[in-house]
Design a protein around this ligand. Structure first.
Ligand SMILES: [Zn+2]
Length: 421
């Protein structure tokens, strides 16, 4: 295995679309660390987000460095080029030290038949009964199934190898963290598929630190998990067993762990995840992004006056463009249009009404998940406002920062890492 930069056991991915909340986010990491959860902050922003907002990857590095300096953070932190591909990675090379190689598009495209055969021949251990600690019953995969899975994923893995080597050639092997993501695809990867994928990634000599599979159930943007919790828990435990086994069997880095691209706010899976991580003494990387942008809106609404006006204006625009805004996110949002208030109705709302509808407090009867999901995908409206939006972020920094920090610490880090909430 090549040299690599190792990632700490618990790491927390924090997206910050408008690059103003770095300190508020880092403060949540400080609070978690104070309470014994040593969390490594990772600032992530995808190529798609940079393109929508009109920012360059270097701005995320500048934000992270500034936050770290301002708060005197002495431990590791990273800047994640999230969901990059060979065509998009170059502008991320200098400022990033964490690369999420997205190969979802290549899943299902058949690899060369001879290479599939070579893979199956190289891995006789995968076919037949395979005892994996903590996996009951043992895996029992037919050779035909190994071949089917290899055929489905080998090209994606080879793509990941190409992109990894491109980054390594530019930056040097030991200077960055590698994640491979397969979450943005139609069907979840089952544990035996994950094992086969890991075997193939090891063959590519990728010093993998995190892998982001797609899990069963819906990971809608900004709202809770929708699906069978028991099934999720079972699969998550099985995935942890598979990862631990693959580290030993294929010589992958001992720090390899799962990365959960949560779409933010999957509160109900945090407790089963925490239990499973404890059982396996495993780490995890959790990625959030949009939850922080929504806290900006909450803070603006809470501030009242011109802050509330901006929040209302963003909604008024969003409600007129529901179909346009939702189209790219069809597989990751479930909006009930009947539940969306009109722009005029929201225009008459108080700060408290706006905040109650938006803040992710499932116990609050006024919480409106459809309203929240629509705003989640409407950050382009704020991007279009440009300087006016940035000026409001600065003017109302205190109230926004409080919401950003509290949200990450109270609703995410506490239940997932500390088991308190
Ligand atoms: Zn993702």
């Amino acid at each position: 295995m090549s040299k690599y930069l190792s990632l700490g056991k618990f790491s927390f991915g924090m997206g910050d679309r408008f690059a103003h909340q770095g300190k508020a986010q880092l403060r949540a990491c400080l609070m978690a660390t104070d309470q014994g959860a040593h969390v490594v902050p990772v600032w992530n922003k995808s190529n798609r987000e940079h393109t929508f907002i009109g920012t360059e990857p270097a701005s995320l590095r500048a934000e992270a460095d500034a936050a770290v300096k301002a708060l005197g953070w002495k431990k590791p932190y990273h800047v994640d080029a999230d969901h990059i591909r060979l065509e998009t990675v170059d502008r991320f090379l200098a400022p990033s030290d964490f690369f999420t190689i997205d190969v979802a598009d290549a899943i299902g495209q058949p690899a060369a038949a001879a290479e599939v055969q070579a893979f199956v021949g190289r891995h006789p251990e995968l076919a037949g009964q395979l005892a994996i600690p903590h996996l009951e019953p043992p895996l029992d995969i037919s050779r035909a199934e190994v071949e089917r899975v290899a055929n489905k994923f080998l090209l994606a893995v080879q793509d990941a190898g190409k992109i990894y080597r491109h980054i390594a050639a530019a930056k040097g092997e030991a200077s960055f963290i590698t994640e491979v993501s397969m979450d943005e695809t139609d069907s979840p990867q089952l544990p035996h598929e994950l094992l086969i994928i890991l075997a193939a990634l090891a063959d590519e000599k990728i010093p993998l630190q995190t892998i982001a599979p797609k899990f069963t159930g819906r990971f809608n943007k900004g709202v809770d998990y929708v699906g069978d919790l028991k099934q999720f828990e079972k699969e998550f435990n099985e995935d942890l067993a598979v990862v631990a086994f693959a580290i030993q069997k294929y010589g992958l880095p001992p720090s390899l762990k799962l990365s959960v691209h949560s779409g933010s706010d999957k509160f109900s899976i945090y407790e089963p995840m925490r239990k499973a991580l404890k059982k396996f003494n495993a780490g995890v990387h959790i990625k959030t992004a949009g939850t922080t942008w929504l806290e900006e809106l909450i803070g603006l609404a809470e501030a009242g006056g011109d802050g509330l006006e901006i929040a209302k204006e963003i909604y008024a625009y969003a409600i007129q463009h529901v179909d346009e805004f939702c189209a790219p996110y069809a597989t990751v949002i479930d909006i009930d249009k009947q539940k969306l208030p009109t722009g005029a109705a929201v225009n008459g709302w108080s700060s408290q009404q706006f905040v109650s509808a938006l803040r992710h407090d499932q116990k609050n009867p006024a919480f409106n998940p459809s309203f929240r999901q629509l705003l989640h995908v409407s950050f382009k409206v704020a991007a279009k406002m440009g300087d006016r939006y940035y000026a409001a972020l600065k003017k109302h920094e205190a109230v926004i920062a409080k919401n950003v920090t509290e949200n990450l610490f109270e609703r995410h880090m506490k239940p997932l890492l500390l088991g308190t909430h």
